[in-house]
Design a binder for this molecule. Sequence first.
Ligand code: ADP
Length: 493
Amino acid sequence: MKRLSIRARMTLWYTGILAATVLVLGGVAYGLLMRGLWNEVDSTLERVARAVAQAAQQTEAGFVPPDMNDLLRRFYGPNFANRFYQFLDPRGEIDPRLPRERGAPLAVSPKALKNAEEGYGTFETVQTAGPHPVRVFTFPIVARGRMIKVLQVGTSLEGLLRERHNFLWALATLAPLGLILAGGGGWLLARRVFRPVDQMTQAARRIGAERLAERLEGAEIDDELGRLARTLNEMLARLEAGFAQIRRFSADASHELRTPLTILKGEIEVALRSAREPAEYERVLSSALEEVERMARLVDDLLMLSRADAGALRWEKGPVELDRLVEEVAKQGAVLGRARAVQVSIQGLEPLIAHGDEPRLRQLLLNLVDNAVKYTPEGGRVTLSLRRVTGESAATAPPPAAAFPDPPIPRPLDGAAAEIAVQDTGVGIPAEARVRLFERFYRVDDARSRDAGGTGLGLCIAKTIAEAHGGRIEVESTPGAGSTFTVRLPLAT
Ligand code: ADP
């Protein structure tokens, strides 16, 4: 079902509320007005009746005060024409001897007569032959403790009905008019208020993947819409950074794959140009195999990183004896080091157990040891150590917010942790390079890394693995003197 726009709903709501308010106020005003009008009519009638009765008591019994008309005129004012009076004998019969003012005789009800006998006055509304009903007050005239006459005074309700009609007419015309004006005004106001939202929607629609550098206007204003624009702009900035990273990543990845492919192509083309000795073919093929292996490694690394990005990497976690793991990695490192005359040894090993994915943790440590051996000149040393750290030394700064969040970190590193350090006496890393060291494809020395067979992804993978275990990886280095990579992992509970 299509929903009404917020603007329409807002307008409808407050027009509805306004209508209800007008209705209630109109009802109350109507009630008060009618009560006032009825009171006015009744109290005038009562005053007249009492004055006439008083005058009649003072004259001879049975006679009407001679100044009756003057009296009535004084009370009724110019509306005298609409008033009635008549005298009845105690039985309720019209006394033909007595004057009657105007028109057909007013009927007297038995109840009014009975009340009069008991000394009370009675108000009644009666329908006469005329176009309007008449309000009648029946009142006893008592002389010497005896009711000698019944006086009836009446007034047409024409004025009251006219006032009522005028009021209702004004309410019926002004209220809808007011509601239409308020509704229209509200609609325009809502349009004004929502115009920036519409503009924002259009701007956001314009900003596609290709125009992520654009920003929404109005973010500097400190109101609800300004805050919305600011929030959307921040989101756009994150998206822009994310897209830029993806672009850079694809460009870097294709470049990395191109280099070995070009070498492969060149070597094969040269080999095919003329007939060669079997030894020559063997050399070309083993060189080609090297390049293929390099590409396979690169593709494996890329696959792992993109799976980790997508949260699709399966971590098979269990208890890992870190001391045993470090020993094994050191052994493998020693084999690598032997080929380059770099000594790999262990310096301090505490028996510690972490909860993690053993093959991945092994990959992490191998990357570090492999780098240490690669970037340490002949005769250098690489040492591995494992120790337990607690509290302050275990807690490290959180990683900087990434455009695409890293895999969720299971536990913050606040308790006891295992610290594995891989220290070398190699070339070291300049300070400005250290901040970018864990980025994809970042290399301090391009040619050197390629020569050593590096893909530029090793440290990025190491960081991804460490963080997926709730751990951290850090580097300290003195250029020319060596580097230390430290991995901290939470201990198994
Ligand atoms: P690579 O495959 O190029 O080794 P890494 O991500 O493992 O890629 O490392 C990134 C860069 O960091 C390397 O190219 C190198 O310049 C630098 N680096 C890594 N480890 C060390 C180290 N132990 N000593 C000096 N430089 C290092």
